[in-house]
Design a protein around this ligand. Sequence first.
Ligand code: SF4
Ligand SMILES: [Zn+2]
Length: 329
Amino acid sequence: MTPPGAGLPRFTAAMVRGLRGPKSPPDPRRPIAVWDELETAAPGVGVATRVVLLAGAECPFPCAHCDLWRHTLDGPTPPGALPEQLRAALSLEAGPAGTPTWIKLYNASNFSDPRAVPPEDLPAIAALVRGFGRVVVETHPRLVDDGLARFAAALGGRLEVAMGLETADAGLLAWIGKGMSREDFAAACARLAAAGIDARAFVLVGLPGLDERASVAAALEATAFAVASGVRHVSLVPTRPGNGTLDRLGAEGLFRPVGAAAAEAVLERALGGDPGAIVTLDGWDWGRLEGHCDACRDPRLARITAMNLAQRVLAPVPRACACPAAGYD
Ligand code: SF4
Ligand SMILES: [Zn+2]
């Protein structure tokens, strides 16, 4: 049997970067976006969480699926910029979910990269988020270091580090060009656990070279691998085109984003199998997926949101529209 990824053209880092479109460089003194949402602490227990998309330096890795470079700076993050952004983000009124007690600081890069987060800013950042019970940051598994433990010790609450596993398939992981293996991911989880830090995994729903059914299976396999590695939370992220490389593959018939029903199927199957960790489907780009319509789009997203919170499969949305259902065995 041909391994996944074997039939895909190889892209060097230079090729991935060469296929990118123009950036929209952000203002380093302002966060890119701030909003509040409910995070799932335990089945049925939601916690109001402030989400802060920080503006900063671009990630040095050239992952073939990633579009986070679009809103990053070409140079390093200027010292003082992140605390200034954070102060602005914390000054905003609470959303309908109530006063946020958790916070996500996502910088489209790696929190433990000194080019992205100047080390001299870490005490100020820690002081600004001291009142939060959980602080979630993101980084590459191979950049997990003792600096994260020191940052965790400076917090009032618990640190959680989100890392892109993307897939547990070794061939596709190599194709993505993330510069890590599944073993690197597992080792990073173990290192975080030893430091009393929680881990979260990002898992891609939709992979190049795979049809939708195989992408659903791959996402479930990656979810199981992440849980076995000890993550507290798996965030399922439908893979989106728009970064250049995936658009090229799409034009060659080698990549197609999964439809709405396939994304729902991954969440349903993960939750239906007692996953052993919190598993949620990221709804941020739900509107961009194919396979829903004006009649069913919002009710289906509401069901996903409810399942994310309840951590169990809920009854399908009754619908009269002709939008496809996944219909897998
Ligand atoms: S390590 Fe993360 S942020 Fe960096 S390119 Fe890969 S997916 Fe994007
Ligand atoms: Zn519909």
